[in-house]
Design a binder for this molecule. Structure first.
Ligand code: HEC
Length: 135
């Protein structure tokens, strides 16, 4: 009896994990297509940026300077004024993305974290709260 309970717990645990893993993978796939549509023109598909015009998103100190809440607001509201990325100055202009909703933002940020960050899921609830809290 104990044995059966143990086995069913293991199965339950394994299936929970894979459900989360599947959702993570779905977010990454959807997020990639949102990125390609809205961001890759400037920041490039591999996130390497474009010369002095558009900063890289890959292999940068972005994740040390900016938390996920701030990242969501940058994406939503765009950005202008001088910023330093890996010690290099940019004073460009990034347009706002007002059409992206919480689910799009969750998928996009999960894709960005998967490609260039800590590879953790950014949930719908976090994205919704972040969007509400933008200044
Ligand atoms: C029209 C070109 C353009 C598009 C499209 C664009 N960006 Fe940007 N992005 C910029 C520029 C230019 C800057 C630097 C702005 C500045 O100098 O203040 C920037 C800055 C950023 C930063 C801050 C970088 C840092 O290290 O602080 C992030 C993050 C970012 N963009 C993400 C995105 C994402 C995600 C998308 C798609 C939803 C996107 N951008 C779409 C041009 C663009």
């Amino acid at each position: 009896m104990k044995h059966i309970l143990f086995i069913s717990l293991v199965v339950l645990f394994a299936s929970c994990q894979s459900k989360e893993e599947i959702m993570y993978q779905q977010y990454v796939v959807e997020g990639r297509s949102i990125y390609e549509k809205n961001c890759a023109n400037c920041h490039q598909s591999d996130g390497s940026g474009l010369r002095d015009l558009y900063p890289a998103l890959a292999k940068t100190d972005l994740w040390k300077r900016v938390n996920a809440q701030q990242l969501v607001c940058i994406i939503k509201q765009g950005q202008k004024g001088e910023i330093k990325v890996n010690g290099k100055s940019y004073s460009g202009y990034m347009p706002a993305n007002t059409k992206l909703e919480a689910i799009d933002m969750a998928e996009l940020v999960t894709f960005m974290k998967d490609s260039w960050g800590d590879k953790k899921m950014y949930s719908f609830d976090e994205a919704r709260a972040a969007l509400k809290n933008c200044p």
